[in-house]
Design a binder for this molecule. Structure first.
Ligand code: NBP
Length: 511
């Protein structure tokens, strides 16, 4: 009897769900402008965003009951329709069919592609809006091209709120798809200035996901820089939470005006239910999901000195060794009794300038990596458009990105942001403060991996002569790796440094 009741309840539930599904269906088939697969936080919010902009979206999910739940709750009263199966979903789409995947990156994307391919026709479009690795996107793009299907890998940034009200979108892949998705993408994207969308075509193959990856790496750098400024305020200037919050609020009215500075002020102000600040109670062990690491790995792979993002990733790794650090703190000492005796207001302004200069270095490095990827993969990247895509909607959104856009508008082939007059002058203006902060911080034993690596990069980049002449001599001394002379670059020489080495040299190549 009990079993019969449970089964009956299940039947009734399915019937009710089917009625809900049908209620949201248009009377004729092939009505939806686009389908979206993946009804988690990003997918649901993007659907509602598309609905707000007048597009009819067909929703689907691996666990189909979530389609019913969505139509009955968040999507109730909208034009969103649902599908019971992939076949059902495909039958409801206008041609060329546009299908946007917002599922867990990796195998789930390949599994859906495999199931979709037999259901689609030449010219149909599959878009992956998840955080996929760019090489996977290139592979998928190539394999679907052979089947006459158009594949797009799009970076989507801005989290839940961005997805709902205007994300930054970075689409790349098969360019023939762009005219068919441009209207939807640019309509739902964040807008800046006079309504310019934070979305444009990025480039071929995995270019969109590569740009998203670098965006995330830059986000790691921005966050770590802010943490270092906080550390200096807290432990050198001994500021309390309200003073620090005020400083960040103030900074948000300067060149540093950005989402991350804004939320930092809010976080510093935030009080727990017990009326005390929450921030000092949070365990200082940072997590990460991998995109910063991927950026650093790409930088190593393509020989680009993206040192700041690398240090930001390692800073998270070091923070996560909490138990080991607690032990070390009991036996390892730092500078003793060094107290800050300077002008506090001046030093606070110096920290702001050190942060600004370091941020310029980080973005200069990030764009260097994009340039190198463009060379490696033969992509034609529009750097100004990329800066505009990041200008709004995403986590690194800032006024600063508008300045980067202007720099690339002045010179689309700009080799480095540091060679643009605006940025070189900005760094020049901050330089004394930056050096002062780094040396004071070092004297006081404050770890500042990103402030210091940024300054080292700047000093390295501006030096005509680095000590790599000695390095080359060492390599030739012990391994006959050869060296070039300043007077004759391109010709490789070997010297018998010890008098007992042979004449044979190693081959010359760079790994
Ligand atoms: P999740 O990353 O949590 O993915 C949930 C979706 O993936 C559900 O639809 C789930 O179906 C489906 N899925 C999973 Br999990 N494993 C699957 C499998 N093996 N086969 C088929 N489907 C599978 O959702 P999200 O946080 O909305 O993110 C979606 C994508 O967007 C991810 O790639 C994410 O990295 C990216 N992204 C997220 C954010 C963010 O702020 N959350 C921001 C930017 C980009 P089910 O319901 O049947 O389990």
């Amino acid at each position: 009897m009990r079993k019969f009741s449970r089964d009956s309840a299940a039947v009734v539930r399915t019937l009710i769900q089917s009625v809900i599904l049908r209620r949201n269906q248009p009377s004729t088939m092939a009505q939806a402008d686009i389908a979206l697969i993946g009804l988690a936080v990003m997918g649901q919010n993007l659907i509602l965003n598309m609905n707000d902009h007048g597009f009819v979206v067909c929703a689907f999910n691996r666990t189909v009951s979530k389609v019913h739940d969505f139509l009955n709750n968040e999507a109730k009263g909208t034009k969103v329709i649902g599908a019971e199966s992939l076949e059902d979903m495909v039958s409801k789409l206008k041609k060329p069919r546009r299908i946007l995947l917002l599922v867990k990156a990796g195998q789930a994307v390949d599994d859906f592609i495999d199931k979709l391919v037999p259901l689609l026709e030449p010219g149909d479009i599959i878009i992956d809006g998840g955080n996929s690795e760019y090489r996977d996107t290139t592979r998928r793009c190539k394999s679907l091209k052979e089947k006459n299907l158009l594949f797009v890998g799009s970076g989507v940034s801005g989290g839940e709120d961005g997805a709902r009200y205007g994300p930054s979108l970075m689409p790349g892949g098969h360019k023939d798809a762009w005219p068919h998705i441009k209207d939807i993408f640019q309509s739902i994207a964040a807008k800046v200035g006079t309504g310019e969308p934070c979305c444009d075509w990025v480039g071929d193959e995995g270019a969109g996901h590569f740009v998203k990856m670098v965006h995330n790496g830059i986000e790691y750098g921005d966050m770590q820089l802010i943490c270092e400024a906080y550390h200096l305020m807290k432990d050198v200037l001994c500021m309390d939470h309200d003073e620090m919050a005020q400083a960040f609020d103030q900074w948000n009215k300067t060149e540093l005006d950005s989402f991350l500075i804004e939320i930092t002020a809010n976080i510093l102000k935030f009080k727990d239910a017990d009326g005390t600040h929450l921030l000092p109670k949070i365990r200082d062990s940072a997590g990460q999901k991998g995109t910063g690491k991927w950026t650093a790995i790409s930088a190593l792979e393509y020989g680009t000195p993206v040192t700041l993002i690398g240090e930001a990733v390692f800073a998270r790794c070091l923070s996560s060794l909490k138990d080991e650090r607690v032990q070390a703190s009991k036996s390892l000492t730092g500078p003793q009794g060094v107290k800050f005796t300077g002008n506090k207001a001046q030093f606070l302004e110096d920290i702001r300038k050190a942060l600004y200069a370091s941020k310029i270095i980080s973005y200069a490095q990030g764009f260097m990596l994009l340039r190198q990827a463009a060379v490696e993969f033969g992509w034609s990247l529009n750097y100004g458009a990329i800066a505009l895509m990041w200008r709004g909607g995403c986590i690194i959104r800032s006024v600063f990105l508008g300045k980067i856009k202007e720099a690339f508008d002045r010179n689309s082939e700009l080799q480095s942001l540091l060679l643009d007059n605006f940025f070189s002058k900005a760094v020049q203006d901050c330089q004394d403060s930056w050096r002062g902060v780094v040396s004071t911080g070092v004297q006081q034993g404050i770890p500042m991996p990103c402030f210091t690596t940024a300054l080292s990069f700047y000093d390295g980049y501006r030096h005509e002569m680095l000590p790599a002449n000695l390095l080359q001599a060492q390599r030739d001394y012990f391994g006959a790796h050869t060296y070039e002379l300043l007077s004759n670059p391109g010709k490789f020489n070997h010297t018998n440094w010890t008098g007992h080495g042979g004449k044979v040299s190693s081959s010359s190549y760079n790994a």
